[in-house]
Every structure is written in structure tokens, then in C-alpha cells.
Design a protein around this ligand. Structure first.
Ligand SMILES: Cc1cc2nc3c(=O)[nH]c(=O)nc-3n(C[C@H](O)[C@H](O)[C@H](O)COP(=O)(O)OP(=O)(O)OC[C@H]3O[C@@H](n4cnc5c(N)ncnc54)[C@H](O)[C@@H]3O)c2cc1C
Length: 434
């Protein structure tokens, strides 16, 4: 008879420390098999075959596998759609229960609902846990139980509720003896899955030295003053509780509030999944976007003639990262100066950002164009020149990413600021009936 086991299914929690589902699985009476599925439903949509995020996941799994092999276990990795892979797994093992962490994106919710039903029909337990946020879904609500849609009062409650309990690490080490003994398992190669290794550099996980000066310097893109943790929080190579513990220990309140923005947007996506494709404020879907393809292309390539915008887009294209202040400027420029639908920009960021996170990306884009939660009012239009004077006064960031500007070899602006400002005000006013 095959021995009875539990499975812990890793998705965006790729770590062996402080992981809620893994802890609960290991504490159970059955040995635990770790599973990761390279999901064809997701991978088939990626058009860039050198997508760095796939390389990042692949490298991380190899590291986890080597660590597990040292203690006689291994990670089982499959390439396929979950609907194909799960029946195959259940054929090969006698599974008592499946453990996994909550995922709040619409596709993930559907996938997990379908799996729950399938496992139920096979009389197999399915246990899910909060892991990727400090507070999820309905933990921070208004007095009437409805979700907050504005950040400031949400954050007030988030901060009040936060205590040691919510940031405590799950002590997995205590139960590490309960991994299923398993011969070394191979991880499918990137090539087998139709991908190639990316040559992008991935940010390191060291961040504590950044927290002291974060509040003062975070808005200046030439300073190396933010933590670059996005990718690690996205794929769970760092626990959000570890990040929050560091923020509390160092009294880095501003940085902590950025982690709360992340929770906020995940909560919004959970309650308002239609915001993936529709504006949070419905009137914004009446805007008559110009959607000029050649101007969009100029924006993508960093050829708008606005140096701060073009430097940002070049940083993104080259490194998979863009500074937050510049994300706000380029998003405002695309939606307001060029009147291109926020969904176009959102999709471009989704393709390029190493730290792409559906909830925060949609939240950020809708904020910038005015259609979202707690958004800047539509008549507040970032002036790229004034933003540069304030946040890159010595043109250090621009020189780094757009050297052609200093050499006076950069293109001329594709639209004049004052003209674009009047135009967007008129178009938005008409749509919003104001
Ligand atoms: C148009 C637009 C699109 C964005 N798209 C994404 C995205 O796809 N993925 C993403 O993680 N962030 C996104 N952001 C938010 C923010 O720009 C990035 O989180 C931040 O720049 C990442 O750099 P960092 O890791 O050095 O951040 P730090 O400033 O060091 O912050 C630490 C962490 O806090 C979280 N965080 C910080 N700011 C925000 C914020 N405003 N909203 C939500 N979470 C935040 C992130 O997880 C970040 O890694 C977007 C912002 C805008 C304006």
C-alpha cells in the first residue's frame, strides 16, 4: 500500500521559513510532500520567452530543492495546468490533505475553488491560510462590515490592529523532520517549458539598512533609497511578516505604511475583482481615450521627449524596475498627456515589471488616472517639468537612464504640456459630466 501523505502546494510563497501553509502541513501527522506547478495557463500567456520572472521562480525552486535534498527530501515540480496535474498526483500518492496559502487574484480564486471541489469529491482535505498579507479580505472593515475603499481610514485601523501576534514567524524548524523522504526530483528545464534564461539581475533581499533613511529619501529616484523587495514579496521569497517585523523594530513607519498599501490593494482586488478590467469609478469608463498607437509606442520606448518620462521607461525596459515616483509620473503622462487608456499602460507594466503584482499595478494605474481608490482628482495633472525640478533637480536620474538628453540628442516632446493639459481637462470633464 502507498503511504499516506499531505501535500503543501507552493505558489507565490517560495520559501521554507515562516510559511503558514507549510507550517500547518508539517505539524500534521502525515509526512509532507512539497509541490510546485509551472502553470501552463499562466505561462502560455507570457509572450517574452526570456521573461525574467520565470527565471526567478526556476532559480528559487532549484535553491529550495538543494536545501531539501540535504535532509533527504525534494520538491516535486510539474509543468502543466493544475487541472491536468492534480489527477496525476492523486494517482501516484495517497493524499490525506492539501495545504496551501490564500491567493487573491481572480484566476487563482477560480483555480482554488475548482481544486477544493475536486478534492472534496475525492474525500481529501483542503486547508488554506493567510500568508501573503498582514491583514486580508475582511479583517479590516468599516463599522458596518463593508470594505474600506479609501486608504487613510483603512490604514488607521490597520495600524491600530497590528501587534506582535500578526507578525510572529511560523516556527517551521520545529517540524522540519516531517518532510516526506524522497529521492532527488528533477525540475523541468526552462527550455522544456519553452523559455530561456534571462540575464537580468535580481534584487537582493537585504533591506534593513534602507529603512532608516527611507522616509526622507524615498521620493528621489536618483537615490538608491527604496528596498527593491517587490519581487521577493511577489513570489514570497521573503515573508511579509519578516518585512513588517523589521519595520516595527526600526520604527520605519512610512515604510510600514507602504506594506499596508499592498494589503489595501489586495483587499480591494478581492472585493472588487471587476477592477481588473473596469474602472473602480464607473464614470471613468466613459472617457473617450485617444489611444494613438504611435504615441503609445513612443511612451513604451522612452521617446516622448519628456526626459523624466523617458528615463523611467528606459529604466523599466532595461532592468524590469522603475522607481515609484517615476511610475506615478509616467502613468499620469500616458493617461492624461496622451489620453491613452490606463489598461494599455497597466498591461505594459504587467509584461515588464519584475515586481508585477496584479492588485498593486491595477491600484497604481487607476490611482494615477483618477479612476481608482483614493485617487488624485482628475484635474490634478502632473507637470513632468515641475516633478523633475522637485524630485530630480540635478538631473542625476535622467542622466543615468537617458544620457542622450544631456548630449542634446534626445527627441523633441511629442505633445506640448499646456495644450495636453487643456485637452485632458476637457475630455475628462465631458465624460464625468462635471
Ligand atoms: C502605476 C503604478 C504601478 C505599480 N505597479 C506595481 C506592481 O505591479 N507591483 C508592486 O509591487 N507595486 C507596484 N506599484 C507600487 C510601487 O511603485 C512599488 O511597490 C515600488 O516602487 C516597488 O519598489 P520597492 O520594492 O523598492 O519599494 P519600497 O518603497 O521599498 O516598498 C516596499 C514594498 O512595499 C510595497 N509597496 C510600496 N509602495 C506601494 C504602493 N504604492 N502600492 C502597493 N504596494 C506598495 C511593495 O511590495 C514594495 O516592494 C505601482 C505603482 C504605480 C504608481
Amino acid at each position: 500500500m502507498k503511504s499516506e501523505i499531505n501535500i503543501c502546494w507552493l505558489r507565490r510563497d517560495l520559501r521554507l521559513e515562516d510559511n503558514a501553509a507549510l507550517y500547518e502541513a508539517l505539524r500534521s501527522p502525515f509526512p509532507v510532500l512539497l509541490l510546485f506547478i509551472f502553470d501552463k495557463n499562466i505561462l502560455s500567456k507570457l509572450t517574452d520567452k526570456t521573461d525574467a520572472r520565470v527565471t526567478f521562480i526556476h532559480q528559487t525552486l532549484n535553491t529550495l530543492n538543494s536545501r531539501l535534498q540535504k535532509s533527504g527530501s525534494s520538491i516535486l515540480t510539474r509543468y502543466g495546468s493544475p487541472e491536468e496535474v492534480w489527477p496525476e498526483i492523486l494517482n501516484s500518492y495517497t493524499v490525506k490533505s492539501v495545504y496551501t496559502n490564500h491567493d487573491y487574484e481572480p484566476y487563482a480564486r477560480e483555480r482554488d475553488d475548482a481544486l477544493a471541489e475536486y478534492l472534496r469529491s475525492e474525500q481529501i482535505g483542503f486547508h488554506t491560510f493567510k500568508d501573503q498579507v498582514i491583514f486580508e479580505k475582511n479583517e479590516i472593515t468599516k463599522a458596518d462590515g463593508k470594505p474600506y475603499t479609501v486608504f487613510t481610514p483603512y490604514f488607521r485601523q490597520w495600524q491600530q490592529k497590528l501587534n506582535e501576534f500578526y507578525v510572529k514567524a511560523y516556527p517551521i524548524e520545529k517540524y522540519a523532520g516531517n518532510f516526506l523522504p524522497l529521492s532527488p526530483q528533477e525540475i523541468p528545464s526552462l527550455f522544456d517549458m519553452g523559455f530561456e534564461t534571462s540575464d537580468l539581475d535580481f534584487p537582493k533581499k537585504d533591506f534593513s539598512s534602507k529603512l532608516d533613511l527611507y522616509e526622507d529619501k524615498r521620493d528621489f529616484p536618483a537615490e538608491d533609497a527604496t528596498t527593491y523587495l517587490g519581487i521577493h514579496l511577489r513570489f514570497g521569497t521573503l515573508s511579509i511578516r519578516e518585512a513588517a517585523r523589521a519595520a516595527l523594530a526600526q520604527k520605519a513607519e512610512k515604510w510600514l505604511s507602504e506594506l499596508a498599501w499592498r494589503d489595501f490593494y489586495m483587499m480591494i482586488l478581492w472585493h472588487f475583482p471587476h477592477t481588473v478590467s473596469q474602472s473602480f469609478k464607473p464614470a471613468y469608463d466613459l472617457i473617450k481615450w485617444r489611444n494613438d498607437e504611435s504615441e503609445f509606442e513612443a511612451w513604451c520606448q522612452g521617446n516622448t521627449g519628456y526626459p523624466i518620462v523617458d528615463a523611467g521607461m528606459r529604466q523599466l525596459n532595461k532592468t524590469g524596475y522603475m522607481h515609484n515616483r517615476v511610475r506615478m509620473i509616467v502613468a499620469s503622462f500616458l493617461t492624461k498627456h496622451l489620453l491613452v487608456d490606463w489598461r494599455w499602460g497597466e498591461a505594459y507594466f504587467a509584461e515588464k515589471l519584475l515586481d508585477y503584482e496584479m492588485a498593486s499595478n491595477i491600484g497604481g494605474w487607476q490611482w494615477a488616472c483618477g479612476s481608482g481608490n483614493d485617487a488624485a482628482p482628475y484635474f490634478r495633472i502632473f507637470n513632468p517639468e515641475l516633478q523633475t525640478k522637485k524630485f530630480d533637480p540635478e538631473f542625476k536620474y535622467i542622466d543615468r537612464w537617458l544620457p542622450a538628453y544631456k548630449q542634446q540628442k534626445h527627441v523633441q516632446p511629442i505633445v506640448e504640456h499646456a495644450f495636453a493639459r487643456e485637452r485632458v481637462l476637457k475630455v475628462f470633464k465631458e465624460a464625468l459630466n462635471e
